[in-house]
Each structure stands twice: as C-alpha cells, then as structure tokens.
Design a protein around this ligand. Sequence first.
Ligand SMILES: [Zn+2]
Length: 517
Amino acid sequence: MDTDTGGQKDTFYVTTPIYYPNDVPHIGHAYTTVAADVLARWQRLKGRRVHFLTGVDEHGQKLFRTAEEQGVAPQAFVDGMLPRWTELLELLHVTNSDFIRTTEPRHQQAVRAFMQVLYDRGDLYTATYAGPYCVRCEAYYTVEELIDGELCPIHRRPVERLEQENWFFRLSKYAPDLLKLYDERPDFVAPAVRMNEVRSFVEGGLEDISASRSAFDWGVPLPWAPGHVFYVWFDALLNYITAIGYGADPGRFAHIWPADVQLVGKDIIRFHAVYWPAMLIAAGVEVPRQVYAHGFLLVGGEKMGKSNATGIRPAELVERFGVDCYRYYFLREISFGHDGTFSWESMEQRYTTDLANDLGNLANRVLTMVGSYRGGVVPEATGEPGDAEAALAADHATAVEGMRAFDRLEFKRGLEDLWTLVGGVNRYVEARKPWALHRAGADADLDRCLATCVDALRVIAVLVSPVMPDAAAALWDKLGLPEALAEQRYPAAAALGGTPAGTRVDRGALLFPRLEE
Ligand SMILES: [Zn+2]
C-alpha cells in the first residue's frame, strides 16, 4: 500500500475538507479552517515548509437542485457563491497556500486520470442499485441505519428511494488492507475514539460503494461511460491530490504528498478514513499520515448548522471581538476532537479575562513602566536573579514545552500552558513590585525586573503568533525588536534572554480594549 512516490517529501501538508457552497459559511466551517491555519502557522514557526489546502466542493446533486430551485445554471450558482467562501478566509486571516474548486479543469482532468487507474485495474464495475438515499449527504443508507426506518441519521429528514444504474467501486476487496493499515498505524485516525469507530465499521463488513450517478449531469463525466458523472464524494475526496499535481506534476506531488494531517468533522470520518484510503490503496497511491476528526460545535445544545437556526455568521463575532479573539476562543474553549459549546457569554468572558486582563493589561503595564522609569528604553538585565526569576523561568519552561501539544492538535492544552507564562509574568510583576523598586532607588533590581518582563513579552508574542497573528504582530511592534516576527523560529526564538538591551519600546494603543456594552 505504501507505494514509493519516488520523490522526497519536504513539505508539511495540511488540508481542510472542501466545503459545500450551497449556503454561506457558519462558525462550524470557520472552526475547521482556523484550526488548520493555526497548525500551518505553527509548523511554519517551527521552520517547516508548509502547504495548506482548502476549497469548495462544487458538484453533486444537492448543489444541482439548489441551483435549479433558484432558476440558475449550476456553474453560475457556484460562481455566485464563491466570494462568500473566499471572504471568510480573508476575514479570519487564513494563510492557505491554495484554494481548489472542483469545477476547475486541473481537478477534473486529474479525477479522470485517477478513476481511469481504478477502472483499468478492474476495481470499478456496473450494476443497478436501489436503496434509501439522502440527497443532503449524497449517500445511500441501509434501512437499519435510518431513524425510525425513514429519516437520515445525520439530517433527520426523510430519505428518498433511489434506483440507478451505477458504477461501483470494489470497496469490500480492500477491507483487509484497511484493517492492516489501522493495525500498523494506530494514529492514522485520531482521536482514538474515532479510530475505534472506523475499525468497528470495517470489521462489520464492507459493501461496495456506488461511484457514479446518472440521474443528473453536474459532475465529472466518466471517460468510458457517457451519461454518468462520478459520485460527488469520489470527486471531492480526490481534491487533496488533484490540487498538488497528481497525474499532472509528479515532482511537485512527491514533495507534498502524503498529507500530514487531514482535518475533518467527525460526521465525515467514514468517507475520509475508510473510502479515501481504500481508493488510494486501489490506485497505488500512499495514504495520508493522519485523518483527524474534530467534534461538533454546539449552540444551545444543538449541532451548528443552518437547519436549526444556530447559523451564526463568523463576521458577527469578528466585528464584536476581533479576529484574534475569534481564533483564540474556539481553540481555547473547546478540546479539539471533542464536541464543545459556543456561547456569546463564554466568548465575552475569554476576551475580558484571558486577553484584555491577563495579556493586554500586562503588556500595557510593563511598557508603561519602561516608559516612565527608563525613558522607553529596555535596560540591561543587572542585579541578582532570585526566587521570583526562578519561578518565572519555570513558567516559561512550561509554556515552551507545552506548545508542543500543537503537534498533536491539542490546542487547548498548549494554550493553557502558554497562559501559565502569561500568568507567570503577572505574578512576577506582583512579586517584584517594580514601582517599589523605583521608589527605593534599587536601580539594578529594577533594571533586571523590567528587562525580564519585556523579554517574557517577546516570548509570548512568538508563541501566540500562530493563534493570534495580529495581536502578536502588534505586541512585537510595541517591543521595537530589530528582527521581524515572521523570521522567528521555535524553539530558539522562545528562549529567555533574547531581547537586546537598548531596544526602544512604544506602549501605543491597548492590545485588547474593553468591549463596548
Ligand atoms: Zn443526510
């Protein structure tokens, strides 16, 4: 299954699912995208070359019907929806390397090339299939999987009975390969609860799956069967390789593939952890290193979505809290991989407590003191380090090591450890009382205290930059450091003592001003 690609992979590759643009984005879509961006920025901070792909899934019956209901051609419909999705990336300061639309020729050509391989290998065959079908999922279900025998288990809406002459993919044939994959690479699917779910599903026996549709023509046509288009899930899953040169640019493909992390919501884990690796194995392409399924965002106890009036627009939240708080809140509030609840109240609390008080006020306070006591110039760290400095150094070590939790996508954990340092600097200021040192004329101790605080703020700016890039850049500017923040690399830039004496700081505006009523 691990066919050698013949190249040298040198790029960290992270993907989001491609989103259905049949509606505008809500905070559930933004959740996945921001997590992918934080991971991408974190890897860049570590010095990795990164490729970060997101995009839109523009084919399928659901879109075809939505366009039909609105009386427009499907291409015109998806063209019209596109700005809503690209605007989201700008709004949230997402640094994706590429954006794929499945209607693009580069994608369609590579889908045909890939599916031709499966066809030539005898893994596609034709048969008639009839069964319960959810148009929203674009998937068949068995009667046992339906709620009360008639509702889609995901959408809780009535399914249709669909009978079609279809091309089928021999999924069942790959069950042993999949089980071997899960055994050999237990972290292929994460978190572990999802791996168990996927393994049970495969152990329960796999049936071949439909790979084409003929009831409508909105999709990638089958080269060998006029009147058929590929089932939208086959088409969509392939975006992860078509966008990086599969079938078109083998050299580029070898540098980027396999993906290091493919982020998905837990509701689409079966497609990504069963069908997707089976397709790749069948075509002789290496499987991704990890498929990571995050949990659902709940609002008032219900899954985020447009159907249950929980569709909060990310722009509303950014307007109120700013982009940095937006990015911080979801990763700090919810354990990635588990379900979590959004509320305005908890977001306000995070803003006020973690950001405005703990971090914003701290920076303001320290820089104000450097301004009043040392004319805005960072002093040389003189005086003797004592217990307070030792305590701060311990908090610093916790933060620097703790950030490695980001490698495992444990963002909440990493941020908790980083805030140990934020809290540590606050405790340090209270312990050393620089205002008292100033009054007492203890200049050497005051110099050390101020230099230590500024240095710790520099480390915080570096470490927080993947999550809150704007606030980190603003803090960096205030510190007046000679090198650009973008050139800093973890862990070297997170070591203590890296702030040169003589740097001129500028307090400027508050990092996180008080929220207006
Ligand atoms: Zn459904």
